[in-house]
Write a protein that binds this ligand. Structure first.
Ligand code: COI
Length: 394
């Protein structure tokens, strides 16, 4: 089998219809939802003290699934919203042994009129379904699951912070609760969603960060699972991340074959440069190899820049050697990361083969395109005007 066949066989690309053979059974039905509000609401943390992902709201959503011979019909149980609580799991649950787990990152925003909004939630559902399919887990009905998530946000609306840069981060997650030490398909799943009020991902806010281009460790490869949001993609990045921190860098820039740029620890990565043909170009790694996460922010940036028609917009493999050459020839204009958690994150420099590739010189400002992209995205996310990507919750 050629590598190309393997990529086609193993990878489910975002945007393609996902044929999930895993048995689905009864679909999620938001009308059957039970809501048990907490009798013990917790005090809110002052907005300025919020640290990304450390504080959780009062309620969580849970939807259990089981295979048809575990329960008569099989399928998704009625959704439940209840007080945020620890989960009780068998120590044999296969999530704990074989990382049968995937998750999403989404945000709910409070707009200038106090209304709650989601940003392109259908794309998160599409990616969730491709991650579930890769783990041979059943898919979710996107509309039904979005309905349940909206209800969770409504229940904890007081937990959604106000102001640009603030939001509540949603973490839909599916874990296999099936107690089985054999390496096999799960028969019991818990799908849940917790929420965390957040400010900027980095305490420094919209300040440029330095990356460490790791030439030793690899995050993902063609035919692997780098294009899905499975938890197993993240655990093994911690040690390299610690090395990056030791070297004074905020995140790892993951490289593929021939040191091609793939993505950064918690975000996709873009370069804005004048290419060898003298054209201005915004460029990011392609999804076709299957080693890059199909980020919702990534896609939105490509679509916005495409509509502006002011420069070339390209998805193709870029080698670090090309980045260094562009820098040395004065053609590298800007670099930034993009993701739900960070939105847009300016890159100051990349430490590559013991040399700093400086993008923003000490004392210089964040590049105009990086800033414009942040503004364009947040204007939509916070509902400054009506836009089809911003979905009202109430
Ligand atoms: C997100 O941006 O939503 C992510 O999932 C990144 C995360 C690993 C913090």
């Amino acid at each position: 089998m050629s590598l190309d066949d393997l990529v086609v066989r193993c990878n489910i690309k975002m945007g393609e219809s996902v044929h999930n053979e895993a048995p689905d059974g009864t679909p999620i039905d938001p009308k059957l939802m039970r809501i048990q509000r907490t009798t013990n609401p917790r005090p809110k943390v002052p907005q300025k003290e919020l640290v990304f992902g450390k504080v959780f709201s009062d309620h969580m959503l849970e939807i259990d699934w089981d295979y048809k011979n575990v329960r008569k019909e099989g399928g998704w149980h009625p959704p439940v919203i209840s007080a945020y609580h620890p989960l009780s799991l068998s120590p044999a649950a296969s999530v704990l042994h074989y990382a049968l787990e995937c998750f999403e990152g989404m945000k709910a925003y409070k707009d200038v009129c106090g209304r709650l909004r989601l940003f392109r939630p259908e794309l998160n559902m599409q990616r969730l379904n491709s991650s579930l399919a890769r783990l041979y887990m059943p898919s979710v009905d996107p509309d039904a699951f979005i309905e349940c998530i909206k209800e969770l946000v409504r229940q904890d609306r007081d937990w959604v912070p106000e102001g640009i840069g603030y939001s509540i981060y949603l973490r839909p997650t599916a874990i296999s609760t099936y107690p089985f030490l054999g390496v096999g398909a799960t028969k019991e799943i818990k799908l849940f969603c917790i929420m965390s009020p957040v400010g900027p991902y980095y305490p420094e806010g919209f300040n440029p960060i330095k990356l460490y281009a790791d030439t030793l460790n690899v995050r993902a490869w063609p035919g692997g699972v780098g294009n899905t949001k499975v938890g197993g993609n993240y655990g093994p990045t911690i040690r390299p991340q610690m090395e990056a921190t030791r070297l004074g860098c905020a995140q790892v820039l993951w490289l593929g074959e021939d040191h091609t740029v793939t993505e950064v620890g918690a975000m996709n990565v873009f370069f804005f440069w004048v290419n060898e043909q003298g054209e201005k170009e915004l460029i990011t790694a392609p999804l076709c190899r299957g080693d890059v996460l199909p980020g919702v922010t990534r896609r939105s940036i490509l679509e916005l820049a495409g509509k502006w028609r002011e420069f070339k917009v390209t998805e193709r493999a870029v080698g670090m050697k090309e980045v260094v050459k562009a820098k040395n020839e004065g053609r590298l204009l800007e670099a930034f990361g993009a993701g739900t958690a960070v939105v847009v994150c300016p890159i100051r420099a990349i430490l590559y083969e013991e040399e700093d590739v400086v993008v923003i010189k000490e004392g210089d400002d964040v590049g105009p395109l990086t800033k414009r992209m942040w503004d364009a995205l947040t204007d939509i996310q916070y509902g400054k005007f009506d836009h089809p990507w911003s979905v009202l919750i109430d």
